[in-house]
Write a protein that binds this ligand. Structure first.
Ligand code: BT5
Length: 205
């Protein structure tokens, strides 16, 4: 890794230190590369507490809805999944999708003063182009609360050329919208803080 790349790494301890006594972010892990963070968190669920957040610097098999692919190039975005045990029924996962999409959208607006819109059910857009997406997956548990994994992908520092050709007229990153690179670590902290606050308001006991 070059010195510039090291500077640009997500550091789990540093993110966690900035969150205080949170539910979301109670435990934070950063992996260099994985297939999909949603799959990894599901595997860890039995032995982990609500609020575990797993980031991957790169996903090789990032997923969207219905088997769609989610492009997740190394160190260019925030690709993460949160383990949740919300107080909702198994058929109410759309509430979590709406919560995550709204909170990510609000966070982008507040941090960067960019105008965002939500294309239902799970896209966050800037100027009609997708900047972030949400994939919520639930698993029924014999004893409630059920298990939910909220996967969030945010394009942060890609340039247009970093996207595959077929996405170049439909996708955007924060850096493209702002005309400058973004501190991923700082934005990760801001998004997790907001997610923790809004999750407590709507889903925690
Ligand atoms: C989504 O699906 O928008 C959900 C994306 C969730 C990604 C996160 S990353 C962490 C966690 N781990 C995972 O494996 N997934 C979650 P959907 O609405 O189906 O949109 C997918 C479509 O968006 C693709 O078919 C492409 O057309 C487009 N797309 C793919 N990668 C993109 C990107 N990086 N930026 C913008 N559009 C993209």
């Amino acid at each position: 890794m070059s010195p510039v790349e090291i500077l640009d790494c997500l550091v789990a301890d540093e993110v966690q230190a900035n969150l205080g006594r949170a539910i979301i972010g109670r435990e934070i892990m950063v992996l260099e590369q994985i297939g999909s963070t949603n799959d990894a968190v599901l595997e860890m669920a039995r032995h982990s507490e609500e609020g575990l957040v797993l980031f991957a610097e790169q996903q090789t098999a990032g997923r969207g809805q219905r088997g769609n692919r989610w492009e997740s190039p190394a160190r260019k975005g925030l690709w993460f999944s949160i383990l949740l045990r919300p107080k909702i029924d198994i058929n109410q996962s759309a509430r979590l999708t709406a919560w995550a999409a709204e909170t990510v959208s609000d966070s982008i607006q507040k941090e960067f003063l960019l105008e965002t819109s939500i294309k239902l059910p799970n896209d966050i857009q800037i100027n009609g182009r997708k900047v972030a997406g949400v994939l919520v997956e639930m698993r029924a548990q014999e004893k409630r609360p059920h298990l939910a994994i909220a996967g969030i992908g945010i394009n942060v520092n890609q340039s247009l050329e970093d996207f595959p050709e077929n996405l170049r007229d439909r996708a955007i990153s924060l850096a493209m919208a702002l005309g400058r690179q973004v501190d991923r670590q700082k934005f990760a902290i801001a998004v997790l803080r907001n997610l923790d606050r809004t999750y407590r308001e709507s889903f925690a006991s």
